[in-house]
Design a protein around this ligand. Structure first.
Ligand code: GLU
Length: 454
């Protein structure tokens, strides 16, 4: 196990994102990932992806692989990754150490016995915490319980002290451990609950900052005691607020609601999801960004509010449109190439069409308008004749549209919608769309002539 960190010296941060691969990650998990990632990035630190897969029954390879895909889509590439299921030897060694130190003790109560005692305590007006009855078992009592076929679960003996830490988000924080039950670290079947392996790994991998959801605040007090019991020193902690859905309920990996995979499939832009994940529920306004670096610059852990943040689907959609409409050609070039939108017109085309997109994928339809074939639209013969007549010779640029329609107005006496609407229909096959002044030179004279003829 590595030495506890020496604060005072500057140590580049080491953070970890530690999902259990029991489902795909949702936007709330992505928030934890993004916050950790930016925290490390801004200080040249290391981001570890750790799969908390000690629950062998519910963890799957598919979910783990899916989570990596989701992170990659968000623009997060871990510097290191590992899974807890490969590290049981480390947890066993820590278990031994705690047993030696008298901090881990065997308990034999069944769920029903514990529940009965809990109800009694509540009836008496006492706090429902574990009474440590098992601590007083004599060796012969233990032997008798084992002879009955009972297997122990193991509890960590908490020091009855107030644990204090300076939270990166919530400021001075404390929890009185005398008001907590000694937590179970190892189940009857020998399997580990999350609490101990997490601390062992954080120590072993030199984690300096643990940034995670507020639902872990109580764990933090317990884990700080565990870090110390194992001879280490606790890292710094930051607990961010949690996201709730439009229905006011927390998000769950199990339901798949607001999963990153689902959002991606719905065509929402990565940068919108990342911006929402990083900024929602903080004093920095949720806003469109052009890159993850720009977003990292806006991010600030101490700006996160202390109450939960409500996630709004509509807000994400609107943000996604705004992100899309502001993306430079360079930013989307590869994505355009993947759709075969290439060549000397591609950049001008992107700049002309981006403002009309709801989803990136819609760009293909506009490319067809510019570079492919569209269904013909028949216009009045007189109008077609006049339009053809007044069509300027190439080369064309963005002034051509004004020159052409000015001449056509003179020739036909039509103006406004009567003039523009039939032209838009004939040239694009659509009722609305990008500015025709920009599209016209991209469509080119021969296609324009053909489309006017229907
Ligand atoms: N596997 C835990 C979770 O997903 C990790 C919590 C932590 O970051 O320590 O909630």
């Amino acid at each position: 196990m590595i030495e506890a960190l020496k604060y005072g010296d500057f140590v580049a941060p080491v953070v970890r994102f530690a999902p259990s691969p029991t489902g795909r990650i949702h936007i709330g998990n992505a928030r934890t990932a993004v916050l950790n990632y930016f925290f490390a990035q801004k200080q040249g630190g290391t981001f570890i992806l750790r799969f908390d897969d000690t629950d062998i029954e519910r963890s799957t390879e598919e979910f783990a692989a899916g989570i990596e895909v989701d992170l990659a889509w968000l623009g997060i590439t871990p510097d290191r990754k590992f899974r807890q299921s490969e590290r049981f030897a480390l947890y066993d060694a820590a278990t031994e150490k705690l047993k030696q130190a008298g901090r881990l003790y065997p308990c034999y109560e069944t769920q029903e016995e514990l529940e009965r005692r809990r109800r009694l305590q509540i009836a008496r007006g006492a706090p429902p915490i574990y009474d440590r009855a098992a601590l007083n078992l004599s060796p012969s009592e233990r032997a008798a319980l084992e002879a009955e076929g009972r297997r122990p679960h193991w509890r960590f003996k908490l020091e009855p002290e107030t644990v204090r830490w300076r939270d990166l988000v919530r400021g001075e924080s404390h929890i009185d451990c005398a008001s907590l039950s000694d937590p179970v670290l190892i189940r009857e079947d020998g399997s580990y609950l999350y609490t101990l392996p997490s601390v062992v790994d954080d120590l072993e991998s030199g984690v300096t900052h643990i940034i995670r959801g507020e639902d872990h605040v109580t764990n933090t007090a317990v884990q700080i005691q565990l870090f110390e019991a194992l001879g280490g020193r606790a890292p710094q902690f930051g607990h961010h607020n949690l996201l709730i859905g439009a229905d006011g309920q927390g998000l769950s990996k199990r339901t798949g609601a607001l999963s990153i995979a689902g959002l991606r499939e719905s065509g929402v832009e990565t940068l919108a999801v990342a911006a929402m994940a990083a900024l929602i529920g903080s004093s920095v306004a949720v806003q469109p960004v052009h890159s993850l670096q720009e977003l990292a610059g806006l991010f600030d852990l101490s700006a996160i509010s202390h109450s939960s943040a409500r996630f709004d689907d509509e807000e994400l959609k609107t943000l996604s449109h705004r992100v899309l409409h502001g993306l430079s050609y360079e930013a989307v070039r590869q994505r355009l190439e993947a759709l075969d939108i290439v060549g000397h017109k591609a950049e001008r085309f992107w700049l002309a069409a981006r403002g009309n997109l709801e989803k990136f994928a819609d760009i293909s339809d506009w490319w067809t308008v510019v570079a492919g074939e569209i269904a013909p639209h028949a216009l009045e013969a007189d109008f077609v004749a006049a339009a053809t007549q007044s069509l300027p010779p190439e080369p064309w640029d963005e002034t051509t549209w004004g020159i052409w329609t000015g001449a056509l107005k003179q020739a036909t006496g039509k103006k406004g919608r009567d003039l523009f609407h039939p032209l838009r229909l004939a040239l694009t096959g659509r009722e609305s769309g990008p500015e025709l002044a920009k599209l016209l030179p991209l469509i080119g004279r021969s296609k324009v002539l053909a489309r006017l003829q229907g």
